[in-house]
Each structure stands twice: as structure tokens, then as C-alpha cells.
Design a protein around this ligand. Structure first.
Ligand SMILES: *Cc1c(COP(=O)(O)O)cnc(C)c1O
Length: 450
């Protein structure tokens, strides 16, 4: 619509200035507004004549951006925050400016090569064989679904006469596993974890065997273990679960969307023993590996099985698959894809893996400091000792509504963003610390209000 004329040049300066401001300074926390409030401020932005670049940019800067919470704010501790490194964010600008296509080797060989090295780093940390490989997909939900579809496709070749396919997981597993089961129209068998919330091999063995005995034409095709629950950071016993799943010839999938990032931290790596038995695993670099949204690393022990399930055939596509080259599109439920693993790759390549190790260790150290502050706080009680970097606690004497009121006010006062959750039916608060810029003083500022 425009060449890169003087007008575009001026807009570029403005866009870069705003981007640099957001990268350089502590972001404001900000917060949502209602559609009515936003309409009053922004009006109808889609017009036949167009607003022009500067006006549209001003609208974004002054109205729209301010109605979005900064997920990289050091006192954003709700859900799982985001904490992209400056390098990763800067490189995201490059990815956006270069119209890279990340779906096929033919079109994006350089990008795919780099993404694959970043995947290799994760795969090696997990102890998977050199033949392992995968793709960066949009998020853990799509990663889990793609892996489970591959698992079922594989099992269908091994066993006929099955009237119902079943995926098994801990009752503490992430909601995306249930969502995947619904999309796939398969049954989900939920297995109770031990009293610490960690799924154990023995419980899985009993659950699988008694289920199959009761339902001879049903088949459990995959077991999902969680390597770091979102709510509390609890890790299933990957070693014992992996063994009983393998013994039964079932696909072992490890959902480490949040927690497997900590594989790079030697202090906690032993907690993930058994992850090397996985047939597939996921980890979201947009959670705890300092990458911007949205990137989930999906890795298969045997990528051929992923490809068997996901390769799309069409007359105009088959030219891509002639030379046996690595086409990322073939390994998940997607076709067109942005090279979304590149900001993560750039940050990892530029900083080196030692800095990743240090940054992840630092967030876990901050979680231990948070636990101490909570233990010594007169009104608070720790729910469990943090395993990774999630710290869960309760406020003595408060019922659920009081937690929500407190949380709303904390955001309104622009102090922090911490939302209530629940554990065993009781309301809790949790700090999810993935941001190396979250300091003790940030935690204290929030805890003072409790
Ligand atoms: C966040 C999370 C998911 C879902 O990942 P998205 O990227 O949000 O789709 C799945 N499993 C676990 C354990 C998670 O923490």
C-alpha cells in the first residue's frame, strides 16, 4: 500500500522509539477496561479512509496498550507470567520484519536449522536420543494435543478391534489434557496422585490394569505425566510412571509446559529423572525460558511417528516433501507457521546456556526467599514448600471473596498482579516467579498488603 517513503520512515522511527521505551524501562503494570470505556476512548478504529500510521500508533500507545496488563512486570506473579529477555524481544522485531516462513525447509532452511538447534538443546537436557526432534507450536495446549494425536495414530496401527481410545493422566494434570481428550473424542482416565500431588508408577499400573480388565475393548494409548504442575509446581514421578507405561507398550507423554524449563538448572535436574523415557514432551519457552509469546517446544522421541500423524497431503504441497528434508509443518496440527522459535533461539545463542542456567536458578532462589517471607509473616501460611518457582500460601481467616477483593485492589493500586487459585477446594494465593527481575523488595511490597 506504501513504498518505504518518507512517511513510512517517520512512522518507523516512532515505532522503534516506542519499542525501545518498552524494552528499556520498567513497564507500567496497567490493567483492563470495559468495552464501553474503550469505545469511549478509541471509537471505531476501522474506517474507509484509514486513520494514518501516526494516529493509529498514538491510539495504540495512549489507549490500547494501557488497557493490557504487562505480563513481564516484575510484580506480575499470577498464572504463569512471561519474562522475555531483551535479546529475545529485540529479535522478535527482526522476525516480524523479515516475512520468514517457518513451515518448510525449502522456504526457511536457515530459520528451521536454528530452531532445530534450540530444540536439540532441550532434547539433550532431557536425555532423548539424537534422533529426537520436533517443532515449535503456538502453545502447550496445541503441543499436548499434537503429541496425543500422534500417540493414537501410532497405536491404531498396533491394535485393531478397539471400541474406545483412552488417555490417562493425573487428576492434577493441566486442563489442556482434558481439552485434548474432548477434541479427539477419547475417554480420559484420571488417576489420583499421592498425598503430595505427585503421580506414582504404582498407582498408574493399578489404574491401567484394572481399567483394561474391566473394559477389554478399550485401549489406553497414552499416559500423560506432568513435570511441574501449573498450580503448585509439583513433578510427577517420571521414572516410575515411565517404567510402567513402557512395560505396557503405551505412549509416555510428559507435559512440562512450565516446569521442564528447569532441566537446565543442575540443582533440580534430578527431580526430572525418567523424562528420558518420554515418547514425547513439551516445554513452553514463553513461560520460563525467557522467550516472548507464543512458543511451545514439542519434541518426539521418534519424529517419524509425529509426521505419520500430521503430514498434510495436497497436490500443491507434495513438492515440499520430495527430498526428505525437515519440514516443521509436518510435526503438529498446523501448516503455515511463523518461525516462532527464533526469538528463543537468538536469546539462547547470544547469551549462552550458562546464563539460562543462572537465570532459572535465580528465580528458584527468589521462590525460596518468598517462602521464607511468607513463613515469617504473621497473617500467612505456606501451603507447601516450593519445588520449582511457584509459591502457594493462604491468608489466615479469609474466605474466597476476601481473596478476590484483595487481588482486585492490588491491581487497581498498581502494586502487583496476583490472582486467587484453589488447592483441595480451599482458596489460595500463589506467586509464580519466572522473571529474573522480580526482587525481594517486589515480594515484600505485595506481602505488606496482606
Ligand atoms: C501452561 C500449561 C499448559 C498450556 O500451555 P499453553 O501454552 O497455555 O497452551 C499445559 N500444561 C501445563 C503444565 C501448563 O503449565
Amino acid at each position: 500500500m506504501h513504498e518505504f517513503n518518507a512517511e513510512v520512515e517517520a512512522l518507523a522511527a516512532e515505532v522503534m522509539e516506542y519499542s525501545l521505551y518498552r524494552l528499556k524501562s520498567d513497564p507500567p503494570l496497567d490493567g483492563p477496561k470495559s468495552p464501553e470505556e474503550l469505545f469511549a476512548l478509541a471509537g471505531n478504529t476501522i474506517t474507509p479512509e484509514g486513520l494514518g500510521g501516526p494516529a493509529a500508533m498514538e491510539l495504540f500507545r495512549e489507549v490500547l496498550a494501557k488497557a493490557c496488563i504487562s505480563t513481564d512486570h516484575p510484580r506480575y506473579l499470577a498464572f504463569i507470567p512471561s519474562a522475555p529477555s531483551e535479546y529475545a524481544n529485540l529479535f522478535d522485531l527482526v522476525v516480524g520484519a523479515t516475512a520468514l516462513y517457518g513451515g518448510s525447509w525449502l522456504e526457511g532452511a536457515g530459520a528451521v536449522f536454528a530452531e532445530n538447534q534450540a530444540l536439540r538443546w532441550i532434547s539433550d537436557l532431557a536425555g532423548l536420543p539424537q534422533s529426537a526432534g520436533g517443532v515449535f507450536v503456538q502453545g502447550g495446549t496445541i503441543g499436548n494435543l499434537s503429541a496425543l494425536v500422534a500417540a493414537r495414530t501410532h497405536f491404531r496401527e498396533k491394535r485393531s478391534g478397539v471400541t474406545r481410545w483412552v488417555v490417562a493422566a493425573s487428576s492434577e494434570a493441566h486442563s489442556s489434557i482434558t481439552a485434548a481428550a474432548n477434541v479427539m473424542d477419547v475417554e480420559i482416565l484420571l488417576i489420583d496422585p499421592d498425598k503430595h500431588g505427585s503421580l506414582q508408577g504404582e498407582a498408574v499400573a493399578t489404574a491401567i490394569d484394572s481399567y483394561h480388565a474391566k473394559h477389554p475393548t478399550h485401549q489406553i494409548f497414552a499416559v500423560v505425566a506432568t513435570a511441574g504442575t501449573t498450580n503448585l509446581g509439583i513433578i510427577d514421578n517420571l521414572d516410575s510412571v515411565g517404567d510402567v507405561v513402557q512395560e505396557r507398550g503405551i505412549w509416555f507423554h510428559v507435559d512440562g509446559a512450565y516446569g521442564l524449563a528447569a532441566l537446565c538448572a543442575p540443582k533440580v535436574r534430578p527431580l526430572f529423572k525418567g523424562v528420558e523415557k518420554a515418547d514425547s514432551l513439551i516445554v513452553d519457552p514463553h513461560k520460563w525460558l525467557f522467550a516472548p509469546f507464543d512458543a511451545c517446544a514439542l519434541i518426539y522421541r521418534n519424529p517419524e511417528l509425529g509426521k505419520k500423524a500430521h503430514l498434510q497431503h495436497a497436490a500443491y504441497l507434495d513438492t515440499l516433501d520430495d527430498d526428505g528434508e525437515w519440514n516443521p509443518s509436518d510435526y503438529a496440527i498446523h501448516l503455515t507457521r511463523r518461525a516462532r522459535g527464533l526469538p528463543f533461539w537468538f536469546s539462547l545463542a547470544a547469551h549462552g546456556t550458562n546464563e539460562y542456567e543462572e537465570a532459572v536458578e535465580a528465580t528458584m532462589e527468589m521462590a525460596r526467599i518468598a517462602a521464607d517471607l511468607i513463613r515469617n509473616h504473621p497473617n500467612l501460611e505456606l501451603v507447601v514448600e516450593p519445588t520449582l518457582s511457584v509459591v502457594a500460601f493462604t491468608r489466615k481467616g479469609w474466605a474466597a471473596p476476601a481473596y478476590q477483593i484483595w487481588s482486585d485492589k492490588l491491581l487497581e493500586d498498581q502494586i502487583g498482579f496476583v490472582t486467587p487459585s484453589a488447592h483441595h477446594g480451599q482458596p489460595i494465593l500463589r506467586f509464580a516467579i519466572v522473571n529474573p527481575w522480580t526482587k525481594k523488595s517486589d515480594l515484600e511490597a505485595i506481602l505488606e498488603t496482606l
